[in-house]
Design a protein around this ligand. Structure first.
Ligand code: PHE
Length: 453
């Protein structure tokens, strides 16, 4: 029997959870949806949702994980041995983690590619308009994005292979503080660019009329994705917590770090976009077209500054993507290690091969496989929507119902309060438990229905 690993300290678990949470979702989606759905109004609703809905789900996942000391499938199987459907819910979560890990790695690969470009030759100041075309050419080609995807996934699988303490914990320990240093540095730089005011206003002008059902569902969906909920990433990390580490404080810190990072990313990206006088977009075009265009324009005035800024920017995206990717891979690897009893090394290699294969299909859907449609969407888009609109929500629903209705109340309380020794957690439990039972499940069902309409 192998000894189960643990995160070494309270800080290590917070850094791991924050590493999983802070990722591409914070950098390329958050700034855009904020502007699209009412600026400060959206930010307020987003924070409220994160604290009132996402945080309780994060705590539910943590409670299951630490109580079972197993990954998602085995945890649900062992804690509810007479209700076999729970383990199937666990399997769906693992599948969700696997799907996201494969297409996320394609985007991680693009950031490897752009970081190398920024490092080797920068973005040509002579033809900033051409710079915007690089992304289309690169992503639709065959070998370049696949090579970058291979490097990215290989790096992440290697970290996971090294283990919880020697791989994941060690990597997060230096990369999360570095991420915050980089983002603060870029923030100062960006808000001081000429014409940055427009971007600041875009993010801050509150417009509550945009808070429609769609806006609300978007805020919650963004918060779920950003906090890595519903696919067992939090559950699996929490299964490596020691009994004296606090679940509540880890959850609260993670929520604050994640929202704080997203807001800072907004103030890095949007002022720069407005300063360059281009229309704000979301997703790939924002990060891989608009931003390089800005660096190219900046390069005409000060090449060195543009070079440093562009390397910093893509390095930040790359690190943020790596720390998220390893949390998804860990869900799959721990499943294989625990259920199939194979070594971590073999499991990591197997997950690498499978995720690489699906990732290749997703990558090719921007080029030669562009015509392939699954239920009307391209391959990449299909897997993105399947996982973030459906699997994550269903997973979150399952975890909340499991903690609220399947586990014994006394076990849930003991887990959250470390056997009654944490006073603040004990006080909060009285309030939290009914929220998990009665508020979270209907809220998720409502969002699910809104997504279907
Ligand atoms: N939270 C990550 C992001 O914002 C994505 C993620 C989703 C990571 C699910 C792990 C699990 O990019």
């Amino acid at each position: 029997m192998h000894q189960r690993e643990h995160f070494n300290s309270r800080l290590a678990i917070v850094l791991a959870l924050a590493g999983s949470a802070i990722g591409l979702g914070n950098i390329w989606r958050f700034p855009y949806v904020v502007g699209e759905y009412g600026g400060a109004a959206f930010i307020i609703v987003y924070i409220a949702f994160s604290l009132c809905i996402s945080l309780p789900i994060m705590l539910s996942e943590s409670i299951i994980g630490r109580h079972a000391r197993k990954g998602v499938y085995c945890a649900l199987r062992d804690l509810a041995p007479r209700r076999p459907w729970w383990k199937w819910a666990g399997l769906v979560a693992v599948l969700g983690a696997f799907i996201i890990s494969s297409y996320y790695s394609v985007v991680g690969g693009w950031s490897v590619d752009y970081m190398m470009r920024a490092l080797m030759k920068g973005f040509s100041p002579d033809a900033p308009d051409n710079v915007m075309g690089i992304f289309g050419r690169m992503s639709s080609s065959v070998w370049e994005p696949i090579a970058a995807h291979t490097i990215f996934l290989g790096l992440c699988a290697a970290i996971v292979m090294l283990g919880v303490k020697n791989g994941i914990e060690r990597f997060n320990k230096f990369s999360i503080p570095l991420l915050f240093i980089l983002i603060v540095g870029m923030l100062v730089f960006s808000v001081n660019l000429p014409g940055a005011r427009g971007g600041v206003e875009y993010l801050l002008k509150p417009d509550f009329s945009k808070m429609t059902a769609k806006g609300l569902s978007c805020a919650l969906g963004q918060s779920f994705f950003s906090m890595s909920l519903g696919i067992g990433a939090v559950l699996t990390y929490a299964s490596y917590m020691k009994p004296d580490q606090g679940i509540l404080s880890a959850g609260v810190w993670t929520t604050l770090f994640d929202a704080g990072f997203a807001i800072m990313a907004g103030f890095v990206v949007m002022p720069a976009v407005f300063s360059a006088g281009i229309a704000p977009g979301a997703g790939p075009s924002l990060v891989f077209e608009s931003i390089p265009y800005i660096f190219a324009k900046m390069g005409a005035a000060s090449p060195l500054l543009a070079r440093v800024a562009s390397v910093t920017f893509f390095l930040t995206i790359l690190i943020a993507a790596v720390t998220s990717e390893i949390s998804m891979l860990e869900v799959c690897v721990s499943q294989l290690v625990e259920q199939r009893q194979i070594s971590r090394r073999k499991a990591s290699i197997l997950v690498f091969i499978l995720a690489w294969g699906l990732g290749v299909l997703c990558s090719l859907s921007f080029g030669v496989l562009g015509h392939v449609r699954i239920l009307g969407s391209g391959i990449f888009e299909f897997f993105d929507q399947l996982s973030s609109n459906y699997i994550m929500l269903l997973g979150a629903l399952a975890f909340a119902i499991f903690v609220g209705w399947q586990m014994k109340k006394a076990d849930v309380e003991a887990e959250l309060t470390n056997g009654g020794s944490l006073r603040a957690s004990s006080r909060l439990f009285k309030f939290l438990y009914p929220v998990i039972r009665y508020v979270i499940p209907p809220a998720i069902v409502l969002i699910f229905i809104t997504n279907l309409l």
